[in-house]
Structure formats: C-alpha cells, structure tokens
Write a protein that binds this ligand. Sequence first.
Ligand code: ADP
Ligand code: MG
Length: 638
Amino acid sequence: MFYKQDFSSQQIIRYINTFSYPLILLFMIILSVFNSVNEILGFNLALVPLIIAGANIFWSTIKIMIKKRKITAGVLVIIAMSATAYIDDYLAAAIVGWMMIIGEAIEDITLEKTRNAVRKLITLTPSSATVKRDGQWKVLPLSKISKGDIVLVKPGERISVDGIVASGTSAVNEAAITGESMPVDKTEGSEVYAGTINQSGALEISVDKVGAETTLGKIIRVIKEAEDNKGQRQKVADKFAVYFTPIILLLALLVYIFTGELIRSITVLVIACPCALVLATPTAVVASVGNAAQKGVLVKGGITLESAGQLTSILVDKTGTLTEGKPSVVNIKSFADKEINEVLCLAASAEEKSSHPIATAIINKADELGLSLLSTAEFTMEAGCGVRVLIENREVKVGNERIIDRNIPSKISDYLVDRKSRGETVLLVIVDDSIIGAIAIADTVRENASEALKSIKRDGVKKIIMLTGDNHQTAEVIAKELGITDFKAELLPEEKLAVVRNLQQRGEIVAMIGDGINDSPALVLADVGIAMGAAGTHVAIEASDIALMGDDLLMVPQILGLSRKTLQIIKQNIWVFAVLVNLVGIVLSSIGNITPITAAIIHNLASVAVVANSARLLTYNHDINPENISILSSNCCS
Ligand code: ADP
Ligand code: MG
C-alpha cells in the first residue's frame, strides 16, 4: 500500500521534470509569433527555443555517435532544423525541434509505464528483515543477512529472503512469483520465496538465499536483460537504420534537384526520421515480458517471443509436466520368500541418495510404514534405468527392465503387464541378479493438462509429442487419457535430446516443455525451452527460455498466444506506422503538399502510435477456450 502512494508521487515529479522544459520552449515559441514582442527584443524570439532545442538534440546525437558509433535519426533532425533556419524560417525550425523533444518525452513516459512491471517487482522485496542475533530479534538491512540466519516474518509482512520454514505455520500468498492468487499453506520444512506475502501466522525462516540470488532476484535480472536484449527483427531495424539515413539524405537531395525547392527536401528529412522503426520492436517486447511477469511467467527476451510465436511442434515431458510429478506407491509385490516390507525396505534404502520423484515415492512409503533404512555403499544412478547400491556386500538394484540383462520369468512379466495397463510405472527390486519383488507407482495427470494441449492444438501447433523415459505401455495409457496421439517412450535423456535435434533438422521450430530437473539439456537445445514449476529451482530458470513459476499448464497456450500477438503488433508497428507513414509522408513532401511543421507532427504521431500500440500488449489476455465464449454468447442471443 505504502509503496504505491510513494510511487505515484514520484511519477508526478517525473512528469513535471519531463515536460517543464518543453513547456518553457513552447511558451517562447508562442510569444515569438507576436511581431511586437520580437520588435521590443530587437531580434526574433524564436531563435532562443531554436538554439536551445537544437543544442539539446545536437548534443544527445553527438553523444550517441561517439559512444555507440551509430548514426541516429537525430542527424536528420539537425540537418532539417539547420536547413529550415537557413531559409530564415526560425519559427518553423524551432517548432520542428520542439516537436522532436515533446515526442521523445511522451515516448519516455509511455515506455516508463511498461517498465513499471519490473519496478513493481523490485519494490516487492523489503529492504530489511527481523533476524535472530545473540538470541534476540533485531531489524537489520538485507545486506547484513546471510545463509543460515533465522528471520522472523509476522503476519501481513512480505518475506524478504528465499528459505525454509524453521518453525510456525501460515498461509502465504505467492502471486508475485507464481501468478497464483490462492494462498499456499506453509509449515516446518516448506520452501518460501522472497517477495511473497505471509498472511496468517508468524514464520521463522532459515535463510537460504538473499537479494539477487533469490528466485525474485533472478526474475528481476532476466526482465531487465529482456529490456536490453534485442530480438532479431530489432537487429534488422538497426541495420536498416544504417542505410536509411544516407538513403533519405540522397532522396532529399534528389527532391531538391528536381523541384528546386529547399523546403520540400527539408520536409522529406523531417518526416523520414526512422524513430517509429527503432521503437517498433523493443516497446512490444518490453510490454509482453511485463505482461507475462504479472502472470508468473518469466520470458527471456525478444528472440524467445519470436520463436514462441512461430512454433511448429511441441514436445512435452510426461513425468512432472503432464503428471503432477508426485507419484505414490500403489502396490508392492514379493516374488521370493521375502516379506513385502522387506522388499520395500531394500528398495527405499537403495533410493535414499536419489532425488528422482520415484525415489521420493518409495522412501515416503517406507517412512509411512515406519521402516528404518539400511546403510548402503557405492550408490550409482543410471539415468533412465534406475539405481544400484551395495547393502551388506550384496548388490541391490531398483529400476525398470533395462536394469536387468536377462529374460524375466512369465509370472513376473504378467504382473508387470497388468500394472502397466493401468498407467502405472513398475520398478523391479533386484538382489544379486535375482528379482525379489516389484513396486508399482502411480502419478496423477494434471488437472489442466488436457485442456492446455487442446488449446495449443486449436491455436495451430499441429505436432504435439509426449516424451518419456517411462515404459511404452504406461505412456500409452497416459497419452490416451490426455488425447495425445503421438508419443515416444523408454527414452534415455540423450534420446530426448535427439528427438529435439531431429525435428529441428527437418526445419521445425520446436518447443520443449519439461520440469527442468532432468530435462535441462533438451530445454536448452529446443528453440523454446519451457520449464514448469520453476520457482525455487534455479537450474530450471537458467536452462529455460520461458519459466512458469507456478505449475499451471494453461499458462503455456496463454504465453504462446501472447507471443503471436507480439509478432503481430511488431509487424503493424513496422509496416503501418514506420514504413507506410514514411512513404506517404515522403510522397506528400516531395509534391509540396505538407510543410516541415506538419511533417514533424505526423512523424511524432507515428512514434507515439507505435508506443501506444505496443502498450496494448501489457493487458493482453489470450482466449484459451474460445468455444466456451461462443457457447455463452449464443445462449445470450437466443
Ligand atoms: P521421465 O521424466 O521422462 O519420466 P526419467 O528419465 O526420469 O523419465 O526416468 C525414466 C525411467 O527410468 C523411470 O520411469 C524409471 O523406470 C527409471 N528410473 C529413473 N530413475 C529411477 C530411480 N531413481 N529409481 C528407479 N527407477 C528409476
Ligand atoms: Mg522428467
């Protein structure tokens, strides 16, 4: 609440700062229209704003030329102003300069609005925290707080660090990070993030990360980078601008040679400055990235939006992406003379050092039954197969059929077939090469998965393929449940990578959606890597191009829709407001239909139009399920 008020007063001061200088210039320009004023002064008052505005534009243009070795539109403006002054029309020259300055001020303010998305995020982190020092609570600035400290967050306060709840229970609103407005229950051991709001109870949090290292810190950094990171179209526009200036100068020269009228060629110079072109892409990108951030989605820059808007195929990981990724043990079977509990105990002991969701499920089950785990040695993990350890000098393996090299007896394979046909994953428990038991694990399909996939398909991405390391039968059951016709099962991580590469070689633009934990290589290789549930998992944020902080799959069609809209807006900006307006303006100027002042007005209107057009992306919402709406509206009509 407080920072909001603070911010708006800051904004008013900014407005005053930005516009006071053009207002003074305008005042002088208006006064100079009265001949009597000029007579009293003994010179044309328009000279003053002309010189001030001219010097200002000259200075900033020179600065950019020296610093960035780039010729900007400013050069054209300076030439236009000088030429107008040369033909003794000081008033027109001053107005041209003033228009440029006021145009820039309006663009600045509008751009500022889009940048607010980031600023709001920054104000989310409190600058201090209540921390335990020498057994007492003290309020200290964040810079004095480090990993391992215990901080206290009272109800209603914003959490200032990433960490683990050490004591207390509460509901925390994580909307700032995940976009999800339903509060999440936190108790001892839960992860909490900086920038989220502690709602109901007091929490003591053991600090893990502070400042730029937190999930929020990474989000802020990525968004800031997006503001600088230019899409490919932007690079084209930049290259274009290099040729643009000489071409326009040449054109102005030709107009002068053919018509003999200096004023016409000046008008060409004024109208043809490439401001709208330069603004076309970055304004759209910044607005889209801001929009996504408000929905809890981190989009890394313009190039990502470009690829995401042109996707031809989408690969989706099964475990943890289409399914909840929180599997649980549903059946345990013993094939030797061992007790079921003994099978589970061996398996859980073997899995203890693994962080795979399957391992977690098995260990949780053992925990639930109060089994104590055995000590193990020489833990090794085989990606896509399972794990292997030594327990009391005997080799224990837990994994799928790939982990055993001999044929499986029919009694056991009957069991496997039965469980798999229910969409379950079955792990064999093997001691010294004999199968002593099996554990069946089930994961639930995510609520929105089917709707999200349907929506993606409806939007024109025809190829959706499910990838999984799980066995064929289980994959088939899940695919059927989700209406997926195309899937590849029993893939090793490097085979998932090969699928991405294959599609790319066939010219497809490929997105990979994964949980970012064991899919990172595929996420990196894909044209658009989309990570689910990225809050807190820094690997996922690093490896992906688009990171969903929450785990709502419906955000995928939402962001793909936003990307397509962004491309559309960029095209409008370039072709309508930059190219078309310039062409028409150049023609009108050449035939002497408009004056330099009108040209300056049209030119600036085009730039403002570009910024305003891009700003529409800030509030864009993709219609995930257009059918619902058409049903509603047809009901209304009948
Ligand atoms: P995905 O994420 O696509 O489901 P993974 O590559 O993580 O696939 O795993 C593929 C398969 O490898 C699992 O279905 C399981 O059969 C086996 N597996 C992987 N890790 C383990 C583990 N820690 N314990 C037992 N089996 C495992
Ligand atoms: Mg996975």
